[in-house]
Write a protein that binds this ligand. Structure first.
Ligand SMILES: [Zn+2]
Length: 258
């Protein structure tokens, strides 16, 4: 038997023709390894659907933007270019037609899609890259992304690193300027404040420990030592997540040791 996946774009201009975006075959004899879709087939379908959807969206937006924003007349098409946008489902060549500006605008060429899509990576892809790269190495993140999604073949560890650093810079900029001095008031108010405690040096490290009773099970332990300038040294340990053999339990345990 043969299956065809067809997609119909329904826009304000009406229904488009059904487009076959993917096809696959199956033997009439059912077996467990041919039941349903394979991962490769699913990835190919996602990429094919993404191509049709992004192409349709860009064409509709480009034709809408062709009208002069001042008088509404259709502007002259000078050339058809594309811009590359990385998505969760592949790197898309998004149509980017350029129009000659109308007489009532300032002279030159207009490329509306460039203004509408100033970034070349979708937020969902950035979010997934940042989330996974916070848990594992950049190279492993790329491998995992490739395993489950039809991401761009040229994506590598450096690509993910650059994307994650970009996300980090954006988050950092949203925090605003760093505050170095938190006390406020006149000198009299500052003089009336209690003296701060002596400095404390804190060292923290962590690692994974194998469960003694359930060998394949690991849990993370974070330990540390605080060394005040005066007084006794204290040690502490922290287990943020522990998976029981049969039931997933999330628990937080914090202990201090002399
Ligand atoms: Zn005009």
């Amino acid at each position: 038997m043969r299956f065809h996946l067809q997609l119909v774009a329904e826009t304000t201009d009406g229904h488009g023709e059904p487009r076959t975006v993917a096809s696959f075959e199956r033997s009439d004899a059912l077996s467990i390894d041919t039941l349903g879709l394979s991962l490769d087939e699913a990835k190919s379908m996602l990429a094919a659907v993404q191509l049709v959807v992004t192409d349709t969206q860009a064409h509709v937006e480009a034709s809408r933007q062709r009208a002069c924003p001042c008088c509404g007349n259709a502007r002259q098409l000078t050339d058809r270019r594309t811009i590359k946008v990385r998505t969760l489902f592949g790197k898309m060549s998004v149509p980017n037609p350029r129009y000659r500006r109308c007489e009532c605008e300032f002279p030159g060429l207009a490329a509306p899609l460039v203004s509408i899509l100033p970034e070349r990576v979708t937020p969902e892809l950035l979010e997934l890259e940042a989330k996974w790269a916070s848990l594992m190495a950049y190279g492993v993140t790329v491998k995992l992304l490739r395993d489950v999604l039809p991401i761009d073949i040229a994506t590598n560890a450096q690509t993910v690193r650059n994307d994650v650093l970009g996300v980090a810079k954006r988050l950092e900029s949203e925090l605003g300027p760093e505050k170095f001095f938190f006390a406020s008031g006149c000198q009299g108010d500052l003089d009336a404040m209690p003296l701060p405690d002596p400095p404390i040096t804190v060292g923290i490290d962590g690692g994974y420990i194998r469960d003694r009773t359930d060998r394949p099970n690991n849990f993370e332990v974070i330990v540390g030592k605080s060394v005040p300038e005066e007084g006794t040294v204290r040690r502490f340990g922290f287990v943020s997540c522990f998976q029981m053999p049969s039931v997933l339990q999330l628990q937080t345990t914090f202990g201090t040791f002399a």
